[in-house]
Design a protein around this ligand. Structure first.
Ligand SMILES: *[C@@H]1O[C@H](CO)[C@@H](O)[C@H](O)[C@H]1NC(C)=O
Ligand SMILES: *[C@@H]1O[C@H](CO)[C@@H](O)[C@H](O)[C@H]1NC(C)=O
Ligand SMILES: *[C@@H]1O[C@H](CO)[C@@H](O)[C@H](O)[C@H]1NC(C)=O
Ligand SMILES: *[C@@H]1O[C@H](CO)[C@@H](O)[C@H](O)[C@H]1NC(C)=O
Length: 234
């Protein structure tokens, strides 16, 4: 009888410590599914400028303690994922399967900066995340090789407040494939389009962005003097 009670107490205790450990099993599994694409996901940030920097693997089995991961302390779910430069040794451009992020339902910030990504695999674009990841507010896709073909799928991530598309290969384009598609994002406050090949025409495509508060367009090939008075709602 007594040992039965002891067993129950132990079960309760281990369930409790399971919570404190953070990192839910299904999310840990999801992070390991990402590992073949982002090989440094379970490595500490390293100093990329310093050639002598060592690759230091995370020692904790609790993924919430990893440098590239932040979790909600109560739910134990991943809220921030910093995959910036985590496949940077890849020489070839590659295609992302966004469904791999679907288990991370509390994700708020996702950085994919600097990973040589050229687009998404067929039928696995960002639209896949729109219904499940409804807390995703900040998406950083800068320093990759994304082009206009990604815009339709991005325009469905309606929870986005900030979107960084700097240093990709977006171009001026027709309305069915242009930056104006992003005006559907009616919570979007910050948009960075720096260092893309957009040209002056981009200005006339920014009319519909009702919630925008900050826009960066440096190094986008804008020419001449611009009269921006009354041009933007923000
Ligand atoms: C990635 O981004 C995080 C958060 O902005 C930063 O602290 C970290 O140094 C960056 N890591 C690399 C390798 O750029
Ligand atoms: C994308 O990832 C999902 C979830 O892991 C998987 O079911 C699907 O087969 C993958 N699709 C492709 C084309 O790789
Ligand atoms: C844009 O990217 C898609 C996916 O990588 C590719 O199939 C297409 O050829 C690219 N378009 C241009 C104009 O480069
Ligand atoms: C999440 O992204 C926003 C917008 O880029 C940024 O201001 C904020 O610092 C990020 N949070 C963390 C923890 O890095």
């Amino acid at each position: 009888m007594e040992s039965k009670w002891l067993a129950m107490v132990l079960v309760v205790l281990s369930l409790g410590s399971g919570l404190c450990d953070g990192c839910l099993e299904e999310e840990r599994f999801a992070l390991f599914q990402l590992k073949p694409f982002f090989e440094f996901i379970d490595y500490k940030f390293q100093d990329l400028i310093n050639d002598d920097s060592v690759y230091e693997k995370e020692s904790s089995s609790n993924c919430c303690e990893w440098e590239r991961v932040e979790c909600n302390p109560i739910s134990g779910r991943v809220t921030h994922l910093f995959l910036n430069y985590s496949s940077y040794e890849k020489i070839q451009y590659w295609y992302l399967n966004t469904s791999l992020f679907l288990p991370l339902v509390e994700l708020q910030n996702l950085s994919l900066h600097g990973n040589s990504i050229a687009g998404c695999v067929a039928n696995q674009g960002f639209e896949r995340l729109s219904s499940k990841l409804d807390k995703l507010e900040n998406l950083d896709l800068s320093n990759n090789h994304f082009n206009n073909s990604i815009l339709a799928s991005l325009s469905q991530l309606s929870s986005l407040k900030s979107l960084n598309l700097a240093r990709n290969v977006f171009t001026r384009s027709n309305p069915t494939n242009g930056i104006e598609m992003l005006s559907k994002l009616n919570n979007l406050e910050t948009l960075d389009l720096s260092s893309n090949r957009l040209g002056n025409k981009i200005l006339s495509q920014l009319d519909g962005f009702a919630s925008l508060k900050s826009l960066r367009l440096e190094d986008c090939g804008l020419k001449g003097t611009l009269d921006i008075q009354g041009m933007f709602p923000f």
